[in-house]
Design a protein around this ligand. Structure first.
Ligand SMILES: [Fe+2]
Length: 311
């Protein structure tokens, strides 16, 4: 079993209908799919890999040696209790958004990542348009919902993560299992070092590394907007004793003030088709959802929807 791999360039040719259907399947059955020929220049992706690896070496590696996961792991190993570390991730991470301060010591990092983020944001918007069409929503519906109406209000962030080699990978995860809180997530993962897994039909399966592909996944807000037609899927990162996994995840989210609710067209349709709606999604303010998420990220998502509905 492998995550669907979809040639995005085929949207513009004879195979458009087939490609649309493959993306619909990726959204409905998997919550994850990989795009190739997505239009992001290879040359840019090569530069992104280079500056991020250099950034880790130059600005992060030393600090990670002193980090909380290392300290906790050392304590645990000393205790020899046989316990696992359940409350920490073996991850080094920084988040880039337009208005925070970016690392500046690594030559080319800022410029390259700014260029990359611009391209990825455009790709996110294209992917959302495909979702609009597949869901039978007016063109631009999801983008508008995630921008709280007209204008450029979406929250677009990029997490640059590294998962360094872990001497006791049996004792903790790189990143504990969770679903993503936001909208559409675009992941540029390591060419070689795997580690990302998704839960599919009760089984953890690898998101297979595929050089220069972009992995797309749907977050909790897409699940709500689509009235449960698209699911936000549990995923985790495993640690490994060798290889430093690089992972660059960009997320296209609503701003905190946005109101999110299932698209009325889809609720109506579900009622007409007399579908039994197993999951009820409330209407809520995204910022309230994020407050719940901050406390419950590593717990099942359903209680989050209930909690925010009651606010
Ligand atoms: Fe995630």
């Amino acid at each position: 079993m492998a995550i669907p791999v979809i040639d995005f360039s085929k949207l513009n040719g004879e195979e458009r209908a087939k490609t649309m259907a493959r993306i619909a399947n990726g959204c409905e059955e998997w919550g994850f799919f990989q795009l190739v020929n997505h239009g992001i220049p290879e040359e840019l992706l090569e530069r992104v890999k280079k500056v991020c690896s250099e950034f880790y070496k130059l600005e992060r590696e030393e600090g990670f040696k002193d980090s909380r996961p290392i300290r906790l792991l050392n304590e645990l190993v000393e205790k020899k209790s046989g316990e696992k570390l359940e409350n920490v991730d073996w991850e080094d991470v920084i988040t880039l958004v337009d208005d925070n301060e970016w690392p500046s010591k690594t030559p080319g990092f800022k410029e390259t990542m700014a260029e990359y983020r611009k391209e990825l944001k455009k790709l996110a918007e294209k992917v959302m348009e495909v979702m609009d069409e597949n869901l039978g929503l007016p063109k631009g519906y999801i983008k508008k919902a995630f921008n709280d109406g007209e204008g450029d209000n979406a929250f677009f962030g990029t997490k640059v993560s590294h998962y360094p080699p872990c001497p006791h990978s049996e004792l903790l995860n790189g990143l504990r299992a969770h679903t993503d809180a936001g909208g559409v997530i675009l992941l540029f993962q390591d060419d070689k070092v795997k580690g990302l897994q998704i839960l599919k039909d009760g089984e953890w399966i690898d998101v297979q590394p595929l050089p220069n592909s972009i992995v797309i996944n749907t977050g909790d807000q897409i699940e709500v907007l689509s009235n449960g037609k698209y699911k936000s899927v549990l995923h985790r990162v495993m640690t490994s004793p060798d290889g430093n996994r690089r992972s660059i995840a960009s997320f296209y989210n609503p701003p905190l003030k946005a109101t999110i609710a299932p698209a009325p067209q889809l609720v109506e349709k579900a009622n007409q088709d007399d579908l039994e709606i197993v999951q009820a999604y409330p209407k809520f303010v995204f910022g309230d959802y994020m407050s719940v998420y901050a406390e419950q990220k590593f717990l099942p998502k359903e209680p989050r929807f209930h909690a925010v509905g009651a606010m």
